[in-house]
Design a protein around this ligand. Structure first.
Ligand SMILES: [Zn+2]
Length: 187
């Protein structure tokens, strides 16, 4: 799935419980950070026309951070940093696994590659998760799910006075809340 879809799923999980902003950020990040292992694509593009061309994206995407060990590391981080520790840790663990699930069902590449998830990496390559009915990255179920999540996020923004923008800018977050409330009235 697209990182924006992962972000919306993570933020929805984070906002399904009464958590402080820091805890919401931890839960949301747990749903997005696995895609850090795709950042090698930047090096790949930069080196494309050189003699030292890299293939980090192919080598590491869905490998380094799409596994149980990384999920446990993220959950541990949440356990250390959160205010409501047990709940935030559990939701971070859930958020991380929803990322894997999203990739499992809806991340088939344009070339048909399924990007199997090596769940037990780096300790074992025994469990390679993939699903034969997996749909494409831009297929309608992804578009529909993302649209619905976005609608829910906007509703919560209006109703609860906070949006996914809280992840990056409190000013932008407040501006969006204000705009929606001016347009649709006070909740
Ligand atoms: Zn992913």
């Amino acid at each position: 799935m697209h990182p924006i879809s992962h972000l919306l799923i993570g933020w929805t999980v984070a906002n399904s419980a009464r958590l402080a902003r820091r805890d919401r950020m931890l839960v949301t990040l747990a749903g997005v950070l696995p895609d850090l292992d795709g950042l090698g694509v930047v090096a790949d593009i930069l080196t494309e026309r050189t003699r030292h061309r890299t293939f980090y994206y192919d080598a590491y995407h869905h490998v380094l951070a799409h596994n149980l060990a990384f999920g446990c590391a993220l959950s541990l981080l949440a356990a250390i940093l959160a205010k409501r520790r047990p709940l935030t840790t559990a939701l971070a663990f859930l958020s991380f696994h929803l990322h894997l699930l999203g990739d499992l069902v809806g991340s088939r590449g344009p070339d048909g590659y399924q990007w199997p998830i090596p769940y037990l990496a780096p300790f074992s390559d025994a469990l390679q998760l993939s699903w034969s009915h997996q749909w494409g990255l831009k297929a309608w179920p992804n578009v529909t799910a993302t649209t619905l999540l976005l609608a829910l996020a906007l509703y919560w923004t209006w109703k609860r006075g906070r949006s996914p923008l809280e992840m990056v800018s409190l000013k932008g977050d407040a501006a969006l809340v204000r705009t929606l409330r001016v347009r649709f009235g006070e909740p």
